[in-house]
Design a protein around this ligand. Structure first.
Ligand code: SF4
Length: 235
């Protein structure tokens, strides 16, 4: 993943970073996932389903799936074809169904039906990569991991908090530089800020709570915001 968003004359420092996270934490009082779940297993399934899909779409499908099957045994009982019926509105549902069936078998065979709590064990499960493992460790088990997705990658580079050429570089930098008191929530603070304010096409800089601290070179103005709104109305 490459970006030209970050400022080569970055002057970000720890004092500014702390101020940025303090303000984001004040502006986003409930920094958590928008996926619906009530157990580590449900979250794992929801996160696997959410790859290249919206949280809204996943929630719609799991609202029907979880009341019927929310344990590895229940999902295996549905079978791959039965599972597909519940998730067929989600992109890549064929391969996701195959992964989920294998994953459920692995959980029963190796982990007593429980979701493991280490990165190595999580990444050994079908359909679970580094990002998914980080989400589970952080959201289900409260560990201080940051799963760098497209939103976090963009915000880290634009603001100058943790610029990097790829997700791993950004992840490593964030792990080093996020103030300790914000480490647990940093993941969701950055995702939600990226999803609703620092949006990809037209960031909402005029209403951004960290506008004066952000080092992005192409901040938007009120005029551009109005033009963007007008474009939307016309189209
Ligand atoms: S000022 Fe603009 S570019 Fe910077 S974080 Fe806020 S919305 Fe994103």
């Amino acid at each position: 993943m490459l970006t030209d968003d970050h400022n080569p004359h970055n002057t970000m420092n720890q004092k500014k970073r702390l101020e940025i996270f303090d303000r984001l934490a004040a502006a986003i009082p409930d920094p958590t996932t928008e996926l619906h779940y009530s157990s580590a297993f449900e979250l794992l399934i929801a996160v696997v389903l959410s790859a290249q899909a919206t949280d809204k779409g996943v929630n719609k499908a799991t609202a029907k799936l979880f009341p019927v099957a929310n344990t590895p045994r229940d999902i295996l009982a549905l079978g791959e074809a039965g599972l597909k019926e519940y998730i067929k509105t989600i992109g890549l549902y064929n391969s996701k169904a195959t992964h989920i069936i294998t994953l459920c078998r692995q959980l029963l065979d190796k982990h007593n039906g429980q979701v493991p709590q280490t990165r190595e064990e999580l990444e050994a499960l079908a359909g679970v990569g580094r990002k998914t493992a980080n989400v589970i460790l952080n959201t289900a088990f409260g560990q201080h991991t940051i799963a760098v997705d497209t939103h976090i990658f963009r915000v880290a580079n634009r603001t100058g908090i943790a610029p990097g050429k790829n997700v791993l570089e950004v992840e490593r930098k964030l792990e080093k530089c996020v103030p300790k008191n914000h480490m647990k929530d940093a993941h969701h603070l950055l995702i939600l800020h990226g999803r609703y304010t620092c949006i990809a096409r037209k960031p909402r800089c005029p209403s951004c709570v960290i506008e004066d601290l952000c080092e992005y070179r192409y901040k938007t103005s009120y005029e551009e915001q109005d033009i963007a709104r007008e474009d939307k109305r016309v189209s």
